[in-house]
Design a protein around this ligand. Structure first.
Ligand SMILES: N[C@@H](CCC(=O)N[C@@H](CS)C(=O)NCC(=O)O)C(=O)O
Length: 213
């Protein structure tokens, strides 16, 4: 398997965590989104939306969209299930994952931030305010959702898709200097995840395609 990804892309980070939790070995090929490699024709043939990550399966099959990739992995490699098959746990995992992947992340994505600065000519300060505003809205919602949970992770006592989404979102927010001290439940989940090898190995600072600044 090969993961086409960028070291500090949070959507790529989600998939790296999932692969690690399932113990799947894979190769990494860096796609430098800062210089537009995600828009090159060869990449767009694999992933027409022009976003990372893309996972290439053992048969050469290309998979896009991190949540869909993790769902595919969960069905192809059922050990260490990340999306509960049924019941309340399934609903809660998907709800938290969707708040992060559908409500917070897309409006703070690089192409959106670049459009705001390059086309709409907002200042860096305004851009940072935009970013922090949507992080605050989304993280407050996740913090509320975690009140339903009594386990160590987002839902229960083992990591799920929800944790695969939350940790990269928090890492991004910290990189953008957002203050997360108002989200103690999220921070407790962060601590629990930092103790697991799959989360450590998936972190941006541990990627071979890492580039400075
Ligand atoms: N919904 C997509 C989002 C993927 C995404 O937004 N990837 C970002 C990096 S985290 C990207 O490729 N950005 C490039 C750009 O904004 O042009 C997924 O979950 O895979």
């Amino acid at each position: 398997m090969k993961l086409l990804s960028f070291f500090n892309s949070s959507a790529s980070y989600r998939v790296r965590i999932a692969l690690g939790l399932k113990g799947i070995t894979y190769q990494t090929e860096g796609v430098n989104i800062r210089i537009g490699e995600q828009n090159q024709l060869a990449y767009r043939r694999l992933n027409p939306v022009g976003l990372v990550p893309t996972l290439i399966g053992d048969r050469g099959d290309a998979h896009g969209q991190s949540l869909a990739i993790i769902d595919w992995l969960d069905r192809a490699y059922p050990d260490s299930a990340l999306i509960p098959a049924s019941g309340d746990a399934r609903d809660r995992v998907l709800e938290i994952a969707c708040v992060i992947a559908c409500d917070i992340h897309p409006i703070n994505n690089m192409r959106v931030l670049r459009y705001l600065t390059d086309e709409l000519k907002i200042s860096d300060e305004q851009k940072n305010n935009w970013y922090a505003h949507w992080v605050k809205q989304g993280m407050s919602a996740v913090e509320q959702l975690l009140k339903r949970n009594s386990g160590r992770f987002c839902v229960g006592d083992s990591p799920t898709l929800a944790d695969c989404c939350l940790i990269p979102q928090m890492a991004n927010a910290l990189r953008m200097n957002c203050n997360l001290s108002g989200y103690p439940r999220c921070l407790a989940v962060w601590e629990a995840c930092q103790g697991l090898p799959a989360f450590i190995a998936a972190a941006p600072e541990n990627q071979i395609d890492k580039i400075s600044a």
